[in-house]
Write a protein that binds this ligand. Structure first.
Ligand SMILES: [Zn+2]
Length: 63
């Protein structure tokens, strides 16, 4: 029986989706959705840093 449609989108969470709003409606709660997005952002930033190398870290004009 497929149950993924009724459970939180976060891979590490198996609670039924219920409290999320807006873009987080696929999660059990907005907070859980935010954590999920945060993990994805961290992975993306790490990959980007690896591609760039460490040079930009020492450039204050980056911002
Ligand atoms: Zn969840």
């Amino acid at each position: 029986m497929a149950q993924s449609d009724d459970t939180c989108k976060r891979s590490t969470c198996s609670k039924p989706r219920q409290g999320g709003t807006g873009q987080y409606s696929a999660f059990c709660s907005t907070e859980c959705g935010l954590k999920h997005e945060h993990v994805k952002a961290d992975a993306r930033d790490a990959r980007r840093d690896a591609e760039r190398g460490s040079r930009d870290r020492h450039n204050p004009r980056r911002f």
